[in-house]
Design a protein around this ligand. Structure first.
Ligand code: ADP
Length: 191
């Protein structure tokens, strides 16, 4: 299986590059942000609870997103592989993902981090907020809170994969096409 973790702060371009990767490698895209927004749209209890945290720029509890990912892995038993986008976002989530995959005789192939500086992130997210209707993209204070959550809780996840020799990072500034080429070069070496 080819199991990729796309890593990087909010606005780094994980969703955009996921779309390219799905087409090229036939992978299943698992974005916890999309899964949560879907729960909100359906008006589930989980969605209502998650919305409050998401609108404030805070992470939702680990057990909530781990449960969602576990369900999706079970529902896609014959997949060629997965792209994890926006997950794992804490070290506890990374540990849970490893044991979920291990129970299916699989593992993460590589983490690919997209490097983008904070000024560029804020600029991209505010721009996205104008078109996307996402409340968490429209407000500079919420954007800064998300970047802070990323630096506090998510950035350490890189170390978790470094310790397994599975971490690579690439420049996330440039054309979508060039960044995709860099990602493909990493996959060619690691897969
Ligand atoms: P972005 O990466 O642009 O912030 P996402 O769509 O990945 O956007 O996530 C939106 C929000 O959903 C996050 O700010 C957070 O509140 C919540 N969320 C998504 N994935 C996770 C996760 N793995 N753990 C905790 N919260 C999450």
């Amino acid at each position: 299986m080819l199991n990729l973790v796309l890593f990087g702060p909010p606005g780094a371009g994980k969703g955009t590059q996921s779309q390219n990767l799905i087409e090229k490698y036939g992978l299943i895209h698992l974005s916890t942000g999309d899964l949560l927004r879907n729960e909100i749209l359906q008006g589930t209890a989980l969605g209502l609870e998650a919305k409050k945290l998401m609108d404030a720029g805070m992470l939702v509890p680990d057990e909530v997103v781990i449960g969602m990912i576990s369900n999706k892995l079970d529902a896609n038993k014959d997949a060629k592989g997965f792209i994890f986008d926006g997950f794992p976002r804490t070290v506890a989530q990374a540990e849970a993902l490893d044991s979920l995959l291990k129970s299916k005789n699989s593992a993460i192939t590589v983490m690919i981090a997209l490097e983008v500086n904070d000024d560029e992130l804020e600029h991209r997210l505010l721009l996205r907020g104008k078109g996307s209707g996402r409340a968490d993209d429209a407000n500079p204070e919420v954007i800064r809170k998300r970047i802070k959550e990323y630096n506090d809780k998510t950035a350490p996840v890189a170390g978790y994969y470094k310790a397994q020799n599975k971490f690579t990072s690439i420049n996330g500034i440039g054309s979508i096409h060039d960044i995709f080429d860099s990602i493909n070069a990493v996959i060619a070496v690691k897969a």
